[in-house]
Write a protein that binds this ligand. Sequence first.
Ligand code: ZN
Length: 157
Amino acid sequence: MPNATEPQWLTERLTQTVALATAEVHAGGIPFAGLVADDTATVLGTGVNQVRAHRDPTAHAEIVALREAAREHGPHALVGATLLASGEPCPLCYVTALWSGVGRIVFAADRHAAAAAGFDYASSYDLFAVPVEQWRLSPLHLPVEGAQEPFRAWLAR
Ligand SMILES: [Zn+2]
């Protein structure tokens, strides 16, 4: 339900984002869309899932929208901006938004609604509740000779 304390434009932009996702389904895509807006409700970027089209496993709708906003307006435009998503962002998109400097994330349908439609990423949130050593795809730490060299070079530049 819309929160009465939030600006009206937030509801309007989120409704627009949901409509983008629905249109994407009618165009043969999958049901996710993202939109980045600044505090004056100006749209900085939009995106739909492009994983198959771009052969890019990171081209989730929210990330496509963040990339477009940064490309068109510069990365600083994202700082404090709002990322709107038709579906709850997965952890990849959430962390990308965090690193981008976005100040707010707003979504329409939650992870459980996405799972009911066949897009079950809810379990990926569980990763962060357990130590990395217990993850299904636990990374191997292999400190080869020179492993610290990139950082030494960086600090010495
Ligand atoms: Zn995602």
